[in-house]
Design a protein around this ligand. Structure first.
Ligand SMILES: Nc1nc2c(c(=O)[nH]1)N[C@H]1C(S)=C(S)[C@@H](COP(=O)(O)OP(=O)(O)OC[C@H]3O[C@@H](n4cnc5c(N)ncnc54)[C@H](O)[C@@H]3O)O[C@H]1N2
Ligand code: MOO
Length: 397
């Protein structure tokens, strides 16, 4: 591996080792969605709570097939039938209604002919005893562990929690993320620019990436000029955050003030510079109770390192058991050159079921990043790849 550059997996491991998941709190279901479960959650009821009809029709005894039957009552969702059926009797029943005692099968109404309290078979009838009944406890029983610590409160998990009589869920606090953009050349998005200036695109891009991906409270601390005092002041103003993210000023130039400013503020830098392209000058460390993550200034480098480090760190602090994006395998639609001493993340597009790298791979090229719908992951020191070879892919939403 390249001298001094930390391999991706080691850097990711070291970053997550810098801090433990945040405290848990009980959040109402609408506040819990998308966050991670802080402790196992058990069902507070059995679902269904009784044997229920899956269809509109008649509750019967299968032994009485093929009828006819005398209809002796009705069962609708929301109340328990206060009667039982005997031999030769049926009960009108609706979807979701409890099965009366004595009945063991539901005959769907499309296969029944009714006249007054007489009902006869008008079709094939139920195939077996127990047909069209959802059994008590078929979904879950009271006391069963339904949601596990470290799992995500997905939309389905929120529905499951509600069904299990939980109005709130134990989840981790949302990480607070402070974004600091550094560079004399930067102006706020939308402001006029001269030939020596450019709009700061990293903070809005990162805020949007976080909003689309993970639960977090994001604060944009704006643009800081390339100046040691201004950089120190910006870091001091962001110290309450769980994660301070800087972009730019992370490389080796004389005007790269972020690392010295962090060290002066008391940060313990754990690593700097990784064997990843784009994204080499990534820096990570601890500052007080928080984590500082210095992303490169080049916008594509900032995006890629945010995907590889910032989102997993937010998930880790947020309590996720599995904080990393999973790569999927796809065949290549075009050849790729050999790689050098860094692992590469190439911007690419789907071509049918295959992946093709875009022709220009500039780490400042936002139009290419916006066109891309995937990143092709290439190991360091890989030989050229050919059409049809299998590659690892990270998707871009
Ligand atoms: N002699 C060397 N020079 C460079 C090296 C190196 O190893 N030796 N590494 C290069 C690599 S790789 C990268 S990536 C860049 C990253 O450097 P920095 O993180 O210090 O970033 P800056 O120099 O401040 O900016 C780089 C580039 O990105 C633009 N930028 C910065 N912030 C923003 C923003 N918020 N929005 C939009 N664009 C931004 C900035 O204007 C620069 O053009 O260093 C190489 N150099
Ligand atoms: O690490 Mo840099 O992002 O390759 O341009």
């Amino acid at each position: 591996m390249a001298a001094g550059l930390i391999p991706l997996a080691e850097a990711q491991r070291r970053l997550l080792a810098l801090a433990a998941p945040l405290a848990g709190e009980l959040a109402p279901l609408d506040q819990a969605a998308g966050r991670w479960i802080a402790r196992d959650v058990a069902a507070r009821r059995t679902q269904p709570a009784a044997d229920l009809s899956i269809m509109d029709g008649y509750a019967i005894r299968f032994a009485d097939m093929p009828g006819p039957w005398r209809v002796v009552g009705e069962s609708a969702a929301g109340s328990l039938p206060g009667f039982a059926i005997q031999a030769g009797e049926a009960a009108r029943i609706f979807t979701g209604a409890p099965i009366p005692t004595g009945a063991d099968t539901v005959l769907v109404q499309e296969e029944a002919a009714r006249e007054g309290d007489r009902m006869a078979l008008n079709g094939e009838g139920p195939p077996h005893a127990g047909a069209h009944i959802r059994r008590k406890g078929a979904d879950f029983g009271e006391g069963a562990i339904l949601l596990h610590r470290g799992g995500r409160a997905s939309p389905a998990a929120i529905g499951l929690a509600a069904a299990a009589r939980h109005g709130a869920l134990p989840v981790r606090r949302r990480p607070r993320v402070a974004l600091i953009s550094t560079g004399d050349e930067l102006v706020p998005p939308g402001a006029p620019t001269s030939a020596s200036q450019l709009p700061s695109s990293n903070a809005p891009m990162l805020a949007a990436l976080i909003a689309a991906s993970v639960p977090a409270e994001v604060e944009d601390h704006g643009i800081v000029p390339d100046d040691p005092d201004a950089t120190a002041a910006a870091i001091a103003a962001a110290r309450h955050a769980d994660i301070i993210v800087t972009t730019g000023g992370a490389s080796v130039g004389d005007r790269d003030f972020v690392r010295p400013a962090l060290i002066a503020a008391g940060a313990a830098i754990d690593f700097w510079r990784i064997a990843v392209k784009p994204g080499k000058p990534l820096m990570a460390g601890r500052l007080g109770d928080g984590i500082v993550l210095g992303l490169p200034g080049n916008p594509v480098s900032a995006y890629v390192t945010a995907r590889l480090f910032l989102l997993p760190l937010i998930r880790h602090l947020g309590g996720a058991a599995d904080p990393f994006d999973r790569a999927v395998a796809m065949r290549l639609a075009g050849p790729l050159p050999a790689t050098g001493n860094r692992m590469e993340f190439l911007r690419g597009c789907r071509v049918g079921a295959r992946a093709r790298a875009l022709p220009v791979q500039d780490s400042a090229g936002l139009s290419g990043l916006a066109d891309a719908d995937l990143l092709i992951v290439r190991p360091a020191y890989a030989p050229p790849a050919h059409v049809g070879d299998i590659a690892r892919i990270l998707t871009i939403a």
